[in-house]
Design a protein around this ligand. Structure first.
Ligand SMILES: Nc1ncnc2c1ncn2[C@@H]1O[C@H](COP(=O)(O)OP(=O)(O)OP(=O)(O)O)[C@@H](O)[C@H]1O
Ligand SMILES: [Mg+2]
Length: 324
């Protein structure tokens, strides 16, 4: 191909998955016939606990070899072009949080060196850039163990970006963050997703935000939906209800339906929830279901009502967040 120094495979989709299957030793089938094409921008990988999100991400990042099927990153095969794939990818694992005794800039400098940046001055610049990008400049000299949960996640993003990858894979980055840190993280993903591909897994739908171009929904190892968020919302038409009622009847509805929110208004209980085939008596279908409600309606229709929500989260301890 011409004089272009970039890969001849440049026109390939960022992530291309065909007929992927993964069976863990012991026989558990974690992924089955997964087909997924991701072009660019911020893409949300949604799914309840155990759906296979982390398995899929580890395969994409070449950390787990799939049992069957093809996975290509910008045209490079995760099995045979492992090094090329790694060069193109940044990965924030679900359990990122090591390096506790090191300072933020030391962590990033070491990782920059490992990624092949030899020159000290180039490294210094690169480290300062990513620190600035994720908003950690003020704590650049702080030890990791003294960062808040949100800061640790942002450091995780910084380490994933240190070699300027085209594709970023981020696994459940907002678990345990407070609402303010969540919003900040969402904004960071929207910013970074403007000029690269991000695959972000979560079971908290609200964390995907408006910048999310596409959603892939994984359930029990299989992709059950892929498309823009608006398509998922359209599928929920008529299935999300709102009702204002007495405490007694509200309890009855809560026992029978998946309720998303509950508020007390002027002596009545106002419920919003999802219905699989029939709305509760006296309830109206809402005009504009939220993405979270639409996701729950979709999963409820699949007989999966135990979808974890934000208020089910357990916060992780974050020690000494305000000391130096
Ligand atoms: N190393 C392993 N050995 C055997 N089974 C595994 C292994 N890792 C994961 N599994 C199983 O594979 C399935 C998918 O797990 P995975 O971690 O990919 O799900 P997930 O969607 O990331 O879940 P979560 O939301 O809890 O992070 C689960 O049933 C899990 O128990
Ligand atoms: Mg996971």
């Amino acid at each position: 191909m011409a004089l272009d120094a970039a890969s001849p495979l440049d026109r390939s989709p960022s992530i291309e998955i065909v007929g992927l299957r993964h069976v863990y030793p012991g026989g558990h089938v974690a992924l089955e016939d997964v087909n997924l094409t991701i072009e660019s921008g911020l893409v949300g990988l949604l799914g309840p606990n155990g759906a296979g999100k982390s398995t899929l991400m580890r395969i994409i990042c070449t950390l787990v070899e799939p049992s069957d099927g093809e996975v290509r990153i910008a045209g490079y095969d995760v099995r045979t072009d492992r090094l090329s794939v790694r060069g193109m990818l940044g990965y924030l694992p679900q359990d990122f949080g090591g390096w506790r005794l090191h300072r933020v800039e030391e962590v990033l400098d070491t990782l920059a060196r490992l990624s092949g940046l030899r020159s000290k001055s180039t490294r210094r610049e690169r480290v300062a850039d990513v620190i600035d990008q994720v908003g950690l400049t003020e704590v650049a000299r702080r030890k990791v163990k003294k960062l808040s949960g949100g800061m640790v996640r942002r450091l995780g993003v910084a380490q994933a970006l240190i070699h300027e990858p085209d594709v970023l894979v981020v696994d459940e980055p907002t678990v345990g963050l407070d609402p303010e840190e969540r919003i900040r993280f969402r904004q960071l993903m929207a910013d970074i997703g403007r000029d690269r591909t991000i695959l972000l897994s979560t079971h908290i739908v609200a964390d995907l935000g408006a910048a999310c171009r596409e959603i892939a929904l994984l359930d029990a190892g299989t992709i059950v939906f892929q498309g823009p968020p608006s398509n998922l919302v359209a599928l929920a038409d008529g299935k999300v209800f709102s009702v204002a009622t007495s405490v007694t009847y509200a309890e009855q509805i809560e026992a029978e339906y998946e309720v998303v929110s509950r508020a007390i208004q002027g002596g009545e209980v106002v419920l919003r929830g999802v219905a699989v085939d029939r709305l509760p008596e006296g309830a109206d279908a809402v005009d504009e279901p939220t993405l979270e409600e639409s996701y729950m309606a979709f999963m409820a229709a699949r007989g999966r009502s135990e979808v974890a929500r934000q208020d089910d989260e357990v916060d992780e301890p974050t020690d000494g967040r305000d000391e130096e």
